[in-house]
Design a binder for this molecule. Structure first.
Ligand SMILES: N[C@@H](CCC(=O)N[C@@H](CS)C(=O)NCC(=O)O)C(=O)O
Length: 220
């Protein structure tokens, strides 16, 4: 039976799961659930009401990282995205957590939410919070990531992993919020982001996201 992903395309956590599935070559159906005004039954799948959630036959699960770890273990025959040694796994888990818990509050919940989502809900954009995220908080995270990446093509042992996908997913929401990573200041990170964005897995979802974004902002 095919997998069902519940969520909405502009969420970085839903995107992370979709990229993971595409990179693994696993088929799935996307069933749209937005973060707001979810049906009551959705709480059975995602007790905190967050997206994404997954249905695999009778088995259901919430949280992008938990879901991806589950799928990684369930399909040991497919190319690993969480590394193949304890050291690689630990580095990848660290960087995924870094993206989800350090970058996301800034790129997604400050920049993207204020610039894109709030106006669609007739709420004012808190531009002070956006500017603070951009100028006071994000630069030190980008400095750390630039240094960690060094001259490698990918974050962990120079192979595509969840670390690259999770960080790129946050950078996509930054772009959806109308901002770009400064490639003069963080050239390695910008190159990695361009490399990940060019992958077929990302190209399969990004045009649809851009169309949704244009509709939300009244440009389509
Ligand atoms: N740790 C969760 C975070 C998921 C998350 O925060 N999703 C947001 C949308 S981007 C959401 O559903 N927010 C609704 C809420 O918190 O009520 C994961 O990785 O799946």
């Amino acid at each position: 039976m095919s997998l069902i992903v519940y969520g909405a395309p502009l969420s970085p956590f839903v995107r992370k799961l979709r990229l993971f599935l595409a990179e693994k070559g696993l088929d799935y159906q996307l069933e749209i659930i937005t973060p707001f005004g979810q049906p009551e039954w959705y709480r059975e799948l995602s007790p905190l009401g967050r997206i994404p959630a997954l249905k695999d036959g009778d088995f259901t699960l919430a949280d992008s990282s938990v879901i991806c770890h589950y799928l990684e273990e369930k399909h040991p025959d497919l190319p690993p995205l969480y590394g193949s040694t304890p050291e690689q796994r630990a580095r990848i888990n660290w960087l995924e957590k870094y993206a989800d818990y350090e970058l996301a509050p800034l790129t997604t919940f400050a920049v993207f939410r204020n610039r894109v989502l709030k106006p669609t809900m007739q709420q004012p954009c808190d531009e002070t919070a956006v500017q603070s995220a951009l100028h006071d908080k994000l630069p030190s995270h980008f400095d750390y990531l630039e240094k960690t990446l060094g001259s490698a093509d990918y974050f962990v042992d120079n192979q595509l992993s969840m670390a690259d996908l999770a960080i790129s997913c946050q950078l996509i929401n930054l772009e959806h919020g109308g901002e770009h990573l400064d490639s003069q200041r963080w050239p390695q990170l910008a190159n990695l982001f361009a490399r990940v964005k060019a992958r077929p897995s990302v190209q399969a979802v990004l045009p649809g996201e851009l169309r949704t974004l244009a509709k939300l902002s009244g440009k389509a």
